[in-house]
Ligand binder design. Structure first.
Ligand code: GTP
Ligand code: NA
Ligand code: MG
Length: 294
């Protein structure tokens, strides 16, 4: 992706951690710090992806994970839609099995981690214990001379949110994130659901290029023509650029988290590629059954 149309882009940050350690609460709190959220009069609706625009003009794209399925699927495809993982650990519970699983996913995918020790408002909070636990699991925290930043936060009392945003911006500056802006989009599915009236609705992130309404696409093994692109405030847009979370409408079937979105030049090609991928999926499944893996 080298060339004249390669431009800096916001980081895409995935929030991961053990169940109930406060991933969604933390995102809700961060969302309320956003200029856009304030302009929209506060967004109450839950979405799995959104952009926080800061006073400084910088922005960060956040993804929630209701479990690790999405991240695993993306990692399996080598898509690496995520630039940075925020590892949320509750200060009272400490490191738990899914904390370690998330940490290992991120490290295997070579995605840098920023640790958010959450629930620091609780009387039983013990952030030092969390740091010791993570250190003994081999995570090189900056307190211990490593390069992994740690921030103490509370999603409920709204403590440390500015520090977390600063840590993420610092991490992303170190990474010097850039994407090609023009040309066909390369995008990934974050989540997909079926709406009774509108059919399959796909939350997606464009990684490179520009996705344009009306284009024919193949998404995983599904296909369709983009009928509408909406931003995370529900506003209809003609196109979407890198690091922008969007919702797209117009697919014939329901894709999966982690699926890639490929732009093709006609309905025929969309059908062809989709049916080839469906066949391949069936073959892969057959092999797994034959090998006793299912
Ligand atoms: P899953 O998506 O189910 O894995 O959970 P989650 O990690 O998204 O956690 P969620 O945000 O749903 O929060 C779980 C519980 O912890 C809720 O009851 C929250 O109110 C509570 N909680 C989250 N953050 C904080 C915090 O900073 N302080 C306190 N005291 N409670 C919190
Ligand atoms: Na929860
Ligand atoms: Mg949650």
């Amino acid at each position: 992706d080298e060339g004249a149309d390669v431009k800096p882009r916001p980081p895409v940050v995935t929030v991961m951690g053990h169940v109930d350690h406060g991933k969604t609460s933390l995102l809700d709190a961060l969302r309320q710090t956003s200029v856009a959220a304030r302009e929209a009069g506060g967004i109450t609706q839950h979405l799995g992806a959104f952009v926080v625009e800061m006073q400084s003009g910088a922005s960060i794209t956040f993804l929630d994970t209701p479990g690790h399925a999405a991240f695993s699927a993306m990692r399996a495809r080598g898509a690496a839609v995520t630039d940075i993982v925020v590892l949320v650990v509750a200060a009272d519970d400490g490191v738990m099995p899914q904390t370690l699983e998330a940490m290992n996913h991120a490290r295997a995918a070579k995605v840098p981690i920023v640790v958010a020790i959450n629930k620091c408002d609780k009387p039983a909070a013990d952030p030092e214990r969390v740091k010791t636990q993570l250190g003994s699991e081999g995570l090189p925290l900056e307190d211990m001379g490593g390069d992994v930043q740690v921030v103490e936060v509370s999603a409920v009392s709204k403590i440390g949110l500015d520090k977390l945003e600063e840590a993420l911006l610092l991490q992303s500056e170190l990474m010097d994130l850039k994407s090609r802006v023009d040309g066909p989009a390369q995008a990934y599915v974050v989540e997909a659901r079926l709406d009774r009236g509108r059919g399959p609705l796909v939350t997606a992130i464009v990684k490179a290029g520009t996705l344009v309404s009306g284009q024919h696409v193949v998404v995983g093994a599904e296909w369709g023509r983009i009928r509408a692109i909406r931003n995370m405030l529900g506003k209809t847009m003609d196109m979407a650029k890198p690091a922008m979370p969007i919702e797209i409408e117009g697919l014939k079937g329901l894709p999966m988290a982690g699926d890639d979105i490929v732009v093709v030049d006609s309905e025929d090609r969309a059908r062809m590629l989709s049916s080839a991928r469906t066949k391949k999926k069936k073959q892969d499944r057959l092999h797994k059954i034959e090998e006793g893996r299912i």
